[in-house]
Design a protein around this ligand. Sequence first.
Ligand code: PLP
Length: 642
Amino acid sequence: MSNNDWTLDKAEETYRVKNWSDGYFGINANGNLTVLPTSKKKSEIEIVKVVEEMKSQGVKLPAVIRFHDILRSQVKKINRTFRNTIDEAEYEGRYLGVYPVKVNQMREVVEEIIDAGSSYDYGLEAGSKSELLAALVYNENPNSLTILNGYKDEDYLRLALLGRKLDRKIIIVIEKFSELKNILRLSEEMNVTPLIGLRGKMSVPGKGRWANSSGDKAKFGLTTAEILNAVKLMEEHDLKSSIKLFHYHIGSQISDIRTFKDAINEGGRIYAKLYQMGCKLEYFDAGGGLGIDYDGSKSSNDSSRNYNLSDYAEDLVYGLKQICDIESVPHPNIVTESGRAITAHHSCVITNVIDKIDRYQSSFNTKKSTGEHIMVENMRDLETEACKISKENFQTIFNEAVQLKSECLNAFKLGVIGLDERAKMETIHWRIMEKIMKWADVSESFVPEEFKSLNEDIAPQYLCNFSVFQSAADHWAIDQILPLVPITRLNEEPTVQCGIADITCDSDGKIDRFIGPEGHNKTVPLHEIKEGDEGKYIVGLFLTGAYQDVMGDNHNLFGRLNEVHVFSDADDPQGFYIEEIIKGNSSSQVLTTMQYNPEYMAQSLKKLINKEVVRGKIAPRIGVKLVDFYEDCLADYTYLNW
Ligand SMILES: *Cc1c(COP(=O)(O)O)cnc(C)c1O
């Protein structure tokens, strides 16, 4: 395809921005990737402009950009959707959602969500003592819920009861029967009435990657027998009226809406039966699981979902209403603990491509030389044949090329051919493979499967200045697809099919699953980078706001990224401003977390240099410079200075 045939529609088809971005990102007429932080056209900003602004303020790549308007917009969207559905269904309960802190614990994220949700009484969910410590202070709204999940020791429970003394609606969800006894004892000791939730162990098998969050093997939740015993125990302590909520959580990123329907049916019945037994429950908490269409395929594969927010809300509201009406129990308030869906879109990782790793060196001289082994000439002959490739001979050429390459390796190991001959044969081999691949790409005739993987074998890798382990943990751990899109040149055809390698020394430090025309691809089409333009070609990794932002680790001592918080502003000439810059980790900081003492290290190095200065090996002036340089590196960013 020549460049002239390339259109913005083709770019959209390639990167599926419309499908995965939920209206928050787009491609504009200049061929630049844009963000629409309020999902309205008038808020549209070119991402490259944000990157330029960052540069002018001294923020180096790689960097995380947070669009706080997206966060706010998502909080409003989920609340409005549930409100509208509730009105339309004439459902008698309210929607009282909570944000699960573990999905992105950053204070700024939690604050923004609480602020945006205040008029909806949107609350928080905590799953550990530390998260509860934060929730106690950051959710001050007496009308919103704070829901406590996870295993709880006495201090966790005391903190929860302290919250009750402050008149917060803190609901302790019983994950394990033994927790109940502790609650009964401590609430008596502290003289407060607890609010209790019961987490059911659901029988619906979760689907996808978090299948074990429900079903008999689930680590959390009470069996039906335990639920009944819990009610009995509470009754014996005159605290039956403290049981306020029924909860389940069947896993994250639920890709098939049928899984939700099953859970609602089962959970709804449990709620109704408990109510009929005299537990006047007020809340029905359907947990998390609301998925994101990471690959834009709108399907039930693991990186996607076959429903949208409205479908989800409708299933929950109408489903519950129907069960409650049949069972003649009141409609409970509906709680969801959606985290991924609230935060995924709001942040992205921006990085630059700093080099290309090719399978072979096209500039290597493969011309015949005297005394050369006949094998090399055979490979050369095969290349001549490959120039006339057709559906009659492609298979033979492929087989022979593979055969010759393996013979070449054996011959080298036996000392029959030398380095130069091996290098020539390998270079010619890859050139032949490239010819076959190009032919297979355009060929109308049937091409066997094995040729499809040729593309991946021969594809170069673009080396990006970031660490998969820090910025895309789920890609490494569970093959999660995250959209990767160049932020400029989308009006040009991307002619290089490539993989992405990161700068860690780990061979797992790569991205090799991308959005593809039919499902997923091992390579992504990116643009040719001219010599000298290394470091200037910038790509974004999107939908990193949920889990990825906070789960990363310091593999190879690459630390947290520089971060900017962007707000859209109609009055600003650029349409946005950077509200805050949070510097990423310095080498010193990451070393300190591993028990090194950078001050001691600097002093030690200085001593070593001084010793050489005294011995006359290093000039004093140079010695001082080297010490300064070492100290500067300690204080500097952990990523490549490009
Ligand atoms: C992790 C978790 C959530 C968040 O799930 P998402 O799929 O991100 O919405 C909600 N509730 C509980 C109990 C969780 O453990």
